[in-house]
Design a protein around this ligand. Sequence first.
Ligand SMILES: [Zn+2]
Length: 80
Amino acid sequence: MATAEAPGSHSVTSLSAADYAQAFNVERGRCFRMVDDVEGKPDRCPEPVTVSGSFKVGPKLYQVVSCNDHSEEPRKPSPL
Ligand SMILES: [Zn+2]
């Protein structure tokens, strides 16, 4: 009997949490943070956005919106 591969053990996804810890998106109306999807791959945070703020990556400052769960991360978050 073949041994089933454990979920998440395949090599297609080699990103660890640390690899995309700084990943984010600036799509309007979507939380800027990336989260694990059901397969453990990074996906955009699906939560409804509640605050807007700025997020610094190196020398660049991005305007982002964030859900309540991630609202601590943008600088100077303000309610939408
Ligand atoms: Zn979020």
